[in-house]
Each structure stands twice: as C-alpha cells, then as structure tokens.
Design a binder for this molecule. Structure first.
Ligand code: SF4
Ligand code: SF4
Length: 354
C-alpha cells in the first residue's frame, strides 16, 4: 500500500525546504490579481487559498525555450562553413507543489502527443519528456468546485489522483497526504511529516465524497465526437458560437491541455538560437501560410478547430480521451464569456443526439 502522512500547517515550510534541497520546487504565488506557479522562495508561504489563474504546464512546456544554440564557424566567403550546435543543459529534478487535480490530468493529454504515439516513437519530444520524467506532482484535492469547473464531465474529479505522485487533502488541523507512485513515496519520506492515522484517512475520504457531491450532474458527452464532425460545415452554428470571440488567445494560453508550438531561429552575427514558443490556434496568424493563404481566416473556423480538436479529433486518435481536463480556465478567463461546455452540449443537441 502507498504511503500516507500528515502535514500540519506549521510543518509546511520545513517540508518545502526538504523538497527544495533535492529539487526545484514550483508553488502557487500571488502576483497582482493572478495566482501563478513560480520557483518557491524559502520562507514564502504558497498561495493555497485561491485557485491558480494559470496552469502548471509551463514548468514542463516553457512559454519559450531554446532547443539548441548554434554558432557558424569559418570564413564568411568560404562555402563550406561549419555549424556548431550546443545542446541545452539537462533539466534537473523538480516538484510542482499545490497543483490542482485537473492540472495533473492535463499532462495526461500532453503525454501521448509528445511520446509520439502513432509514430512508432519517431516523433518523441525529448525536451518535454525529460522534464516530465524528472518532475513530481503534489496535487491538492479541491474542496468545492467553482461554477466553471467540469472535471467530472471528462473522467476526472476534484480529488482525482490521476497523474499525481501525492494527493494532499485538507482536513482538520492540516493535510492528509497520500502517495500514488514510488516517487510520491519518496517525497513523503521526510522528517517534517507525521504518520497519518486511520481517522485522518477517513476524514480525507469524507472530504473527497463531499467535493464529488458538489459537482452536479454529468451529461453524456459520448456523442460529442460525431456531433462535432457532423457540424463541421455548419457555418451558422460556428458563426453564432464565435460571434463575441475577440481572438485574444487567453483560452489557449491558460489551458493545461493546449500544446501547440512554433519554431523560430533567432540569430545575430554568427550565433543564434532555435526557439520553441507557445502558439495559439485562436489567432489568425496560426494558420497563415507563406503564400498569404489562410485556411482558417475567420474566428468561427478557429473556434470550430479548438473545440473540435479537444472533443472530437484528439479523442478519435487517443483512445477516446478528451483533450480537456475540465479546469474551466477558458470559461473563467474569456473576456467574452465563450463557454466550451455550452458549445459541446449545443453541438450534441443540434444534431439530435439528445
Ligand atoms: S478567451 Fe474567449 S475571446 Fe479570447 S480567444 Fe478564447 S474564446 Fe475568444
Ligand atoms: S479547454 Fe478550457 S476547460 Fe478544457 S482544459 Fe482547456 S482551459 Fe480547461
């Protein structure tokens, strides 16, 4: 059976120090009106009362990262100029502390893509995978959902341990900690933590049940895949749903399951760097081709692609799993109140699957 421990609030700084002695610890921090994951600073209390505004995906998939740097060697006039390539430093061990259950599940959507699923491993992405392998997730169970949460629609739940190494549940006087992996066991092997009692486990189970109950009814999303395909050519449906979209991209940048990127070479003189940066399919530039042609020039086509990808095309090639963990960030942060839940349910209804 996996390890369980008890963490008192007074012992939290010490546990974080113990974790930080072996790994870079990322924890939620308040920055202005936002709560973001940043490297933990000794003596600073993590922000655990509020939901993180952003997901933790940038820890494994940075907003911009150098895939390698290069230097051109030799005389400019000589045709056989050599290119020297420097690989980036190997990532070190890391711990994401205080992630939400949905955020941990978000990485499960990244994994098959970056493992090169369906390509016999030819398209494996070593940059993501090395970080993934070295990063542990300490997830906190949600006590009560926000009105925008729908993790339970997409096979998750407020206290889901899927994708987590350790699940932390707030109970009377502290946190009940439960490991789900060997790496989680190792994280709980810390002097600051006390043994958990059977009563504390029972209290955590009760908290999980209460949180599950607060989530409400689960609609049948089974027909979503086909419904969205059926509506692919329905210009009216997508025009209505995207009418208020500003193409700002907040939904994609904050989404724990959006994994698209762009590659650029930036150089100055004889040296340069190949950068990978987050891309945003809600922007008209996303599909703009060098010829000037744009297959998705309008926002309705872009919204159709975003929703279709998450609830139809991705599940079709990844065993039915939606590329959405139900975190609700795209709903909460959209300046125009575009609600992906409503679009999916409308699509199912529109083609008469309910
Ligand atoms: S956050 Fe809302 S307004 Fe901005 S691109 Fe996404 S759907 Fe459009
Ligand atoms: S699509 Fe929206 S609800 Fe789904 S994972 Fe992305 S941000 Fe969260």
């Amino acid at each position: 059976m996996s390890k369980t421990k008890f963490l008192s609030p007074g012992a939290l700084p010490q546990w974080l120090s113990e974790l930080a002695a072996k790994a870079t610890v990322y924890a939620p921090r308040r920055e202005g009106r936002a709560v973001v994951y940043r490297p933990h600073i000794e003596g600073e209390a993590p922000e655990l009362a509020l939901r993180p505004t952003e997901s933790a995906k940038h820890v494994l998939f940075p907003r911009a990262e150098a895939l390698f740097s290069f230097t051109k060697q030799g005389e400019a006039e000589k045709s056989g100029r050599r290119l020297e390539v420097q690989e980036p430093a190997e990532p070190g061990p890391a711990v994401i502390f205080g992630a939400l259950s949905c955020d941990a599940r978000g990485f499960l959507s990244f994994d098959p893509v970056y493992e090169g699923s369906g390509t016999d491993g030819e398209a494996r992405d070593p940059y993501y995978l090395k970080r993934r392998e070295k990063t542990a997730l300490v997830v906190r169970a949600c006590k009560r959902p926000l009105s925008t949460c729908f993790c339970h629609w997409v096979s998750g739940g407020p206290a889901s341990g899927q994708g987590a190494d350790v699940l932390a549940t707030e109970i009377e006087g502290g946190f009940f900690l439960q490991a789900f992996t060997e790496r989680g066991d190792a994280l709980l092997d810390a002097p600051s933590l006390a043994e958990a009692t059977a009563e504390q486990r029972a209290e955590a189970d009760k908290a999980h049940c209460a949180a599950d109950k607060a989530m409400g009814e689960i609609p049948d999303l089974g027909p979503a895949q086909e419904s969205l395909l059926d509506l692919f050519d329905s210009a009216e449906f997508w025009r209505d749903r995207s009418a208020h979209c500003l193409s700002c991209g907040a939904c994609t940048y904050l989404c724990p399951t959006c994994y698209c990127f762009n590659i650029t070479d930036e150089s100055s003189g004889l040296a340069g760097v190949r950068l990978r940066s987050w891309d945003n399919c809600m922007s008209p530039q996303f599909t703009l081709e060098a010829s000037g042609h744009n297959p998705r020039p309008g926002k309705s086509a872009r919204l159709r692609n975003r929703v279709g990808h998450k609830f139809s095309y991705y599940p079709k090639i990844h065993g039915g799993r939606f590329s959405c963990c139900g975190c609700g960030r795209c709903i909460k942060s959209c300046p125009s109140s575009v609600d992906i839940r409503k679009i999916v349910l409308d699509a199912i209804k529109e083609v008469g699957h309910v």
